[in-house]
Design a protein around this ligand. Structure first.
Ligand code: DX5
Ligand code: ZN
Length: 221
């Protein structure tokens, strides 16, 4: 992946929800997308936000909404999330009975499709679907909470997925989610990530826009 193409996707999970609109506006000039974590208290031991919040923030920005669904039975929610203003809908492969059908279903709504892979899940499970995927979201922490430490074993998983994407002649982009900071961003990009999802190291700092620009510098050639 050419580093000039590497995107930083701020994860609003770490934002101050009382000022969510302002937080998004603070990074808007510097990024193409934001990452939105939806958790149901079952697939992961935490609850976050859902459709009404996406509808509200859809009105204030035209940034790409990359929606990461951490829910046990996600397929019935694809259409509501598409209608709420999502642009990319990413489901966990562990939550799907028929990933192939789920990807087609997301595409039938006109949205881009992603599959996410939990750190405990063998990455080979996503290989059969690479050709039709727009995005592969590699979890580099156990999903559920922001502010965790990056799992170093994710690096090899990213590079193995990168090779599998090339072998499949797929255009899928690898996103990496969890524990990314200015200290490890470059190594993750060099392993093959095209999008770095960053929560705490953007919105958990005093100056989110400066943090985004710092991360962008880290992944530049
Ligand atoms: C964790 C979420 C992440 C989270 C990352 O389950 O999927 O998107 O916001 O946050 P940081 O960057 O703080 O690890
Ligand atoms: Zn996420």
């Amino acid at each position: 992946m050419k580093s000039s193409e590497i995107e930083i996707a701020p994860s609003i999970l770490a934002a101050d929800f009382a000022r969510l609109g302002e937080e998004i506006k603070s990074v808007e000039p510097f990024v193409k997308r934001i990452h939105i974590d939806v958790m149901d208290g079952h697939y992961v031991p935490n609850l976050t936000i859902g459709i009404p919040v996406i509808q509200s923030i859809r009105k204030i920005t035209s940034l790409i909404f990359d929606v990461h669904l951490m829910v046990v039975d996600p397929v019935p929610f694809v259409v509501p999330f598409a209608q709420a203003g999502s642009d990319v809908i990413t489901l966990h492969i562990e939550t799907l009975q028929d990933p192939d059908e789920a990807i087609d279903f997301i595409h039938s709504t006109g949205k881009k499709a992603g599959l996410s892979v939990h750190p405990d899940t063998p990455i080979e499970l996503i290989f059969p679907f690479l050709a039709k995927l727009d995005n592969v979201l590699v979890m580099s922490v156990r999903p559920g909470f922001g502010g965790q430490e990056f799992m170093p074993e994710a690096i090899e998983r990213i590079s193995d997925i990168r090779h599998a994407i090339e072998n499949a002649h797929s255009n899928a982009v690898i996103s990496v989610d969890g524990g990314i900071t200015a200290w490890n961003a470059r190594e993750i990009a060099e392993a093959g990530a095209g999008i770095l999802v960053v929560g705490s190291a953007v919105f958990g700092t005093g100056d989110p826009s400066a943090a985004v620009r710092e991360l962008q510098k880290c992944v530049m050639l």
